[in-house]
Design a protein around this ligand. Sequence first.
Ligand SMILES: *[C@@H]1O[C@H](CO)[C@@H](O)[C@H](O)[C@H]1NC(C)=O
Length: 346
Amino acid sequence: MTLLTLICCFSFSFFFLQSYGASPTVETLDLKPQHYNPKLPPRTLSSSKKFEGSSDLVNLRYHMGPVLSSPINIYLIWYGKWAPSQQLLIKDFLLSISTSNHRAAPSPSVSDWWSTVSLYTDQTGANVSRSILLAGEYSDRLYSHGTHLTRLSVQEVIASSVRSAPFPVDHKNGIYLILTSVDVTVQDFCRAVCGFHYFTFPSMVGYTLPYAWVGNSGKQCPEVCAYPFAVPGYMRGGGPGALSPPNGDVGVDGMISVIAHELAELSSNPLVNAWYAGEDPTAPTEIGDLCEGLYGSGGGGGYIGQVMKDGGGRTFNLNGRRGRKYLVQWIWSPVLKACAGPNALD
Ligand SMILES: *[C@@H]1O[C@H](CO)[C@@H](O)[C@H](O)[C@H]1NC(C)=O
């Protein structure tokens, strides 16, 4: 449900698979072993839900609710001040998910990545849709509900935008994605979550609409929510440190993987009664939670997995439309019973 932060357990050697050259060379960067700090703030990390290998211990179950199987219409709400270049970067990511929006990007692509999400079905036999459109966007530049939002006031922001924007209330295909700018604080942001998804309450918004929120952590906690483009202080000095973000924007590049995580979970568990593991529906472990921090083959135990590096040293694992590159976490596959992504080495 939430993107729980993982600031433990990163010990350090990263392997980078060069993305160019006929026979890729594997370069090993040996980072100095760092201190493992098991004393974590309890709210940040009550438990690590990450599973690196294939596992039958992961009791991911279907709870009879629907998945988002009709074409998905995303209604984007920009809360606070956003640079057009940041908006374009995020919109390009969203538009890269569905192949109908662009000429196929080279593999491994963002739409290849979504094919793991579309393996989830509901009791009608329908799969999560492969078609994702940007159906509308609304900018709340004047911070209509202030610069601090709570979990409930996020719903008020949605309610205001549904009222004031040219947004339909799209109960059939709509999901609402609210993105807060770098100066907006949100309840639990940085301490317990980097993003979350849920559905709106009729008493707040008038309808039950699946939504997700993701914040720009660039100034508040990049080492928590834009990891691995920023690393916690105690890891600095000694190792090569943070990885270079694919689009040069630590906060927004970090948000992309969180947005991806929340969209995958929202689509497979929109009403929090479809796909999740664990017995407690108030704290479900969902298909993104299981693979948090994992971006490629051989990840785990401190490795993020084999990812790629472009000529400028920027790290990525997926190609998007218009030549974009992104670094996005893997997703639990119900078929492989393991985390999966299109940049897997087999
Ligand atoms: C739908 O899900 C089933 C079960 O996971 C899978 O075998 C099938 O390939 C999926 N279809 C698409 C179009 O993803």
